[in-house]
Structures are given as structure tokens and as C-alpha cells.
Write a protein that binds this ligand. Structure first.
Ligand SMILES: [Zn+2]
Ligand SMILES: [Zn+2]
Length: 261
């Protein structure tokens, strides 16, 4: 049985492309072909102008066999973050699911996860960068309006940081807060296509999160419908030792756990 959900995808990819049947239909078609039962559309909040809830309703009507959730990936963009958050607040009741992400390490105005920054990050104090990164995620949580945190240990993306104590000690207090606030985290295949070559989060963090009772979504972070459920076979194998028997799904921000069979 293929893994049933993909809860992180970008129909608009990297620019504003207003939702239309032509834009969205391939996502539903590919989801069905890959055996997904449920997907959440989670474009970046900086492209919120392209999101059209009526078009999502039409996509639902055209694909009654698929559960299609309306979502957004809200981040800490110093330029657009504020407007994005205002949009999320205004549309909260039409959204099913909000991902929270940190892609920026202030005062640096450029996304830290851009793939051309590997050499630069190899020279950085990564412990300090991780402290800043986690503070940014905490800031997202302070502001609220989030159901789930995306790619939790994204700071490792460039594959240049290998602390001998592992990543878990840096993330454990954050995991405890995530548990207290009853948020979910995603398990994402996207890291396998990045220099780090690991799923998000690292196995140590995943194990600790499971022990704390944090719920998980599953995600590809697809920026093309062709990437939907990417590496889900590998993901299923990766999950086996963790004994994860259920995953989180959301409707109007209400979580329902569904069994993995
Ligand atoms: Zn992201
Ligand atoms: Zn994303």
C-alpha cells in the first residue's frame, strides 16, 4: 500500500501563477497515479495572490475520490512575511492547513536554503546559525496560526554541518515546545534531493519526536506535479524502524489521524 498523503506542494512553484483548472488538474491526476488519497496544496505565502479557494473547490468537485486540502506555507520572509500572515488570518476559515517555515536567518535578506550558498555556509559558524534558525521558528510559533512545521532541520540542507553530538541536542527543546503546543511536524523526502542527502527531520529527531508523541504529516515539497510523492518508496523503508502507524491529516485545521496500512 503506498503512503497515502502528501501535505506539502507548490502548484505555483516560484512565481505568482493564478489557480486555474489547467494549473491544478495535473496535480490531482499525478496524485491519483501515485496512489495518494489526500493532498494539501501549500504554496508559499508570498504567492498568496495566486491562491483561489473557488478553484480549489472546483478541483475537489472534479476529483471526488481525492481529499484535497487548502493550505499555505507561511514563512519568515522579512519582506512578505507580514502580508502573508495577514492573508492567512483573513482566510483562516477557508484554509485547512498552515505550514510554518523559516527560510531566512536575519539580518541576512537572502533565503539561506538557496542551493548556490553551499560554499558560503561551509565557512559559517553553524551552531550560531542553528540558534538563529530555531529562534526564527520559535518566532513563527509565537505569532501562532500554524498547524505543522515544515522541514524542521532545514538548516542542515547544505550538508556542511556534522556536529559530533548530532542534531538532536540542538532541536530537543524545540521538539518539547512543539509537543506542548500540540503541533505536528512533517517527514519530508525533499532533503534527499539536496546536498545533505537526508530526509527532514534527521532520524534522531524523528525518533525523539515519536517518543514525545508529536504527530507527523508526510511530504515531498514538490515544486512540479512530477515531484509529488517523490521517493515515497524510500520513505516507507525509512519509516519502518520508527513504528509510525498513523499520520496526521487536517480539515479546517482539525487534525484526524489516519492509519498506515
Ligand atoms: Zn520551505
Ligand atoms: Zn515548500
Amino acid at each position: 500500500m503506498p503512503l497515502p498523503i502528501d501535505y506539502h506542494m507548490h502548484p505555483q512553484a516560484h512565481s505568482i501563477k493564478p489557480y486555474t483548472p489547467e494549473l491544478l488538474a495535473p496535480w490531482a491526476k499525478t496524485a491519483r497515479e501515485r496512489g495518494l488519497k489526500e493532498i494539501a496544496l501549500t504554496d508559499h505565502d508570498r504567492y498568496h495572490e495566486g491562491v483561489d479557494f473557488d478553484e480549489i473547490d472546483k478541483l475537489r468537485e472534479a476529483n471526488p475520490d481525492l481529499k484535497i486540502r487548502a493550505g499555505i506555507e507561511l514563512d519568515n520572509d522579512p519582506e512578505t512575511g507580514k502580508a502573508g500572515r495577514a492573508w492567512v488570518e483573513k482566510n483562516w476559515d477557508r484554509l485547512d492547513f498552515v505550514l510554518g517555515s523559516a527560510h531566512y536567518l536575519p539580518p541576512d535578506p537572502v533565503m539561506f536554503d538557496k542551493t548556490d550558498r553551499v560554499d558560503e555556509f561551509a565557512q559559517k559558524d553553524m551552531v550560531a546559525a542553528c540558534v538563529t534558525y530555531i529562534a526564527e521558528l520559535e518566532g513563527m510559533m509565537d505569532r501562532g496560526g500554524i498547524d505543522c512545521l515544515s522541514h524542521l532541520d532545514l538548516i542542515k540542507i547544505h550538508g556542511v554541518w556534522h556536529p559530533k553530538e548530532g542534531l538532536l541536542p540542538h532541536f530537543y527543546p524545540l521538539l518539547e515546545r512543539i509537543r506542548r503546543e500540540d503541533l505536528a511536524i512533517e517527514i519530508s523526502t525533499a532533503g534527499w534531493r539536496k546536498p545533505v542527502g537526508e530526509a527532514y527531520p534527521h532520524a534522531d529527531i524523528l525518533k525523539a519526536a515519536k517518543q514525545l508523541g508529536i504527530p507527523f504529516t508526510l511530504a515531498s515539497d514538490a515544486h512540479s506535479h512530477a515531484q509529488l510523492a517523490e521517493e515515497y518508496g524510500r520513505l516507507a523503508e525509512f519509516l519502518t524502524p520508527f513504528d509510525i502507524r498513523e499520520v496526521a491529516t487536517y480539515e479546517k485545521h482539525r487534525r484526524t489521524m489516519i492509519l498506515l496500512t
